[in-house]
Design a protein around this ligand. Sequence first.
Ligand SMILES: Cc1cc2nc3c(=O)[nH]c(=O)nc-3n(C[C@H](O)[C@H](O)[C@H](O)COP(=O)(O)O)c2cc1C
Length: 341
Amino acid sequence: MAAGSAMVDALMARGAAFLGTRHAILAGAMSWVSERHLVAAISEAGGFGVIACGAMEPPRLAEEIAATQALTAKPFGVNLITMHPRLDQLVETCLAAGVSHIVFAGGLPPGGAIRRAKEGGAKVICFAPALALAKKLVRSGADALVIEGSEAGGHIGPVSLNVLAQEILPHIREVPVFVAGGIGRGEAVLAYLEMGAAGAQLGTRFVCATECIAHPNFKRSFLRAAARDAVPSVQLDERFPVIPVRGLQNEGTRRFLQHQADVVRRFHEGTLGKEAAQLEIEHFWAGALRRAVIEGDVEGGSVMAGQSVGMVQREEPAAAIIAELMAQAAAAAARRGDAGR
Ligand SMILES: Cc1cc2nc3c(=O)[nH]c(=O)nc-3n(C[C@H](O)[C@H](O)[C@H](O)COP(=O)(O)O)c2cc1C
């Protein structure tokens, strides 16, 4: 087992050095979920916590960063959504607070934002949805990449991590690449490390951490769900695109289908223009993640979750989750060592 741990540590060395952590395990930012308590608990446990800025305004983000810094002196990151209308100010807020790593999510970040973050002393992490974009992001100055498969919870791309890893890992050696999506156990972390990943990012597995402030109803839904319950949002009509989001099926997802059908009918009747119809579809989920995570409305709200939800089996401290992942990876590595003898 000690030899297994040493193997895992060696495979994680580049990622851990980049993050400044004991282990190359990131807790992916989750809007409303990844706030001071979970982020600090992850970082204190030797992982890398990431604050989800979501729709926060700069002063609110500054407050959250300061509160996290009061709970941990260990490194953590801040996840900024590139569509945020005040992206530049949010970058300045992170830099002023001395945040070491900025994660740009939700689309390709403008080159200026990457440059400014780096000039200000932060390391920049970006999401790469395909090899060509991974190369482009490295050229634009990204210091590390995350490749996230469609198994993940929240907003997703169309390609599984299994395929993205094969497409991207062998070709990007200039910067560390972290893998995300559907990872629930340490054996999988080890397998991706062996394929060339620098570390792994998990979201779903951390929702039921004791320190996570998500409503007990939200955590209970995770504890009860199986992998097949975490499905992508369904688009009813190709003229009205729906951004794919993976979450647990509930009354809200069923009502969303009905809502799309009503909107399309009104569009056909001529009582609703195309643009207004698209907006009505997009507005359906406004505030829905907050309702589920904070208020506990897991029937009407949005219960974003990845396919690894079936591997969430108990509420336990973040440190226990990380220790279990690392022990599973080490045991699997030790078995590899034994087989080689
Ligand atoms: C409830 C929830 C909210 C999320 N919110 C965000 C977000 O605000 N920004 C982001 O980049 N990713 C977000 N994600 C994705 C996670 O950061 C992470 O990459 C993903 O959960 C990894 O896949 P996994 O859930 O299979 O572990 C969210 C995921 C979940 C489950």
